[in-house]
Write a new protein. Structure first.
Length: 217
C-alpha cells in the first residue's frame, strides 16, 4: 500500500502517474494527508513503512507515531545527504557535522550504496546506458553568471554519503549495479516515449556559448 497526496501536481508525472499498475498487481493506493494516516488506515496491519515524504520531524512524526502504535516491525525514513555541511574528506558518514536548518536530521534512517561516483562518472555512465558518445565541459557558475541550481549539477561539488550505520547495525550490504540500473531506466524512458518530448536547453547553451564550445544541433 502507498499513502500520498493525490492533489499534488507531481502525481500527474512519471513515475507517480503509474500507481494504477500497483492496484492491478494487487496493491492498494490510499490518498491522504500524512497527518491523518492513523485514522485512514486504522485497523490495517503492516510489516514495513518507508517514509519518503517528510522534510522535517513535524511532518514525519504522525506517521512514526502511527507506525509504533500499530506494531509496524520496521520503519525506514528516506533522508538526504543534503543535511551535511560540505567537507574536504568525503564521503559523509553518520556523525559528520550537519546543517543547522536541515529538517531531515530529526529522523535517523539512511540507506544507500557505499560506492561513490563522481559527476563526470555519472555523465559517462548515462551516456553508456544510452549508447551515445559524451563530451564533458566544466565551467565556473560565477564566470558564466548563472544560478548554479538551475544547471547541472544542482550542487557544484561532489556529494557523497556512506551508509556505515546501516552496515554496522542491520548488516546491510549493497547489491545494486549502477550501470545496469541506468540502462534499465533509459529503456523505460524510451518505452514511455519521453525521448519524443520537446526539450529546451537554454542554460546549457548559454554555458557552452560562454565557454566557446560548439553546440550540437
Amino acid at each position: 500500500m502507498t499513502v500520498g497526496d493525490e492533489g499534488s501536481d507531481k502525481m500527474k508525472k512519471l513515475p507517480f502517474n503509474r500507481f494504477s499498475e500497483i492496484t492491478r498487481a494487487g496493491g492498494k493506493t490510499v490518498w491522504v494527508d500524512p497527518a491523518d494516516v492513523e485514522n485512514v488506515v486504522a485497523g490495517a496491519s503492516f510489516d514495513v513503512v518507508l517514509d519518503n515524504n517528510g522534510k522535517d520531524l513535524d511532518t514525519v512524526r504522525p506517521v512514526v507515531d502511527w507506525a509504533k502504535s500499530s506494531g509496524v516491525k520496521q520503519f525506514l525514513f528516506i533522508s538526504s545527504a543534503g543535511i551535511y555541511k560540505p567537507t574536504d574528506e568525503p564521503p559523509h558518514i553518520k556523525g559528520d557535522v550537519v546543517k543547522a536548518d536541515a529538517g531531515h536530521v530529526g529522523v535517523n534512517k539512511y540507506i544507500d550504496n557505499d560506492r561513490a561516483v563522481t559527476l563526470d562518472g555519472i555523465a559517462r555512465l548515462c551516456a553508456e546506458a544510452a549508447g551515445l558518445p559524451v563530451k564533458i565541459a566544466h565551467y565556473n557558475p560565477k564566470a558564466v553568471r548563472i544560478d548554479a541550481k538551475k544547471a547541472f549539477p544542482f550542487r557544484n561539488m561532489h556529494f557523497y554519503a556512506e551508509p556505515r550505520a546501516a552496515k554496522d547495525i542491520i548488516g546491510w550490504e549493497g547489491t545494486t549495479n549502477l550501470p545496469k540500473d541506468l540502462k534499465e531506466r533509459f529503456e523505460e524512458y524510451i518505452k514511455v516515449r519521453l525521448d519524443k518530448k520537446p526539450m529546451k536547453f537554454e542554460i546549457d547553451d548559454k554555458i557552452l556559448e560562454t565557454l566557446k564550445v560548439p553546440v550540437a544541433v
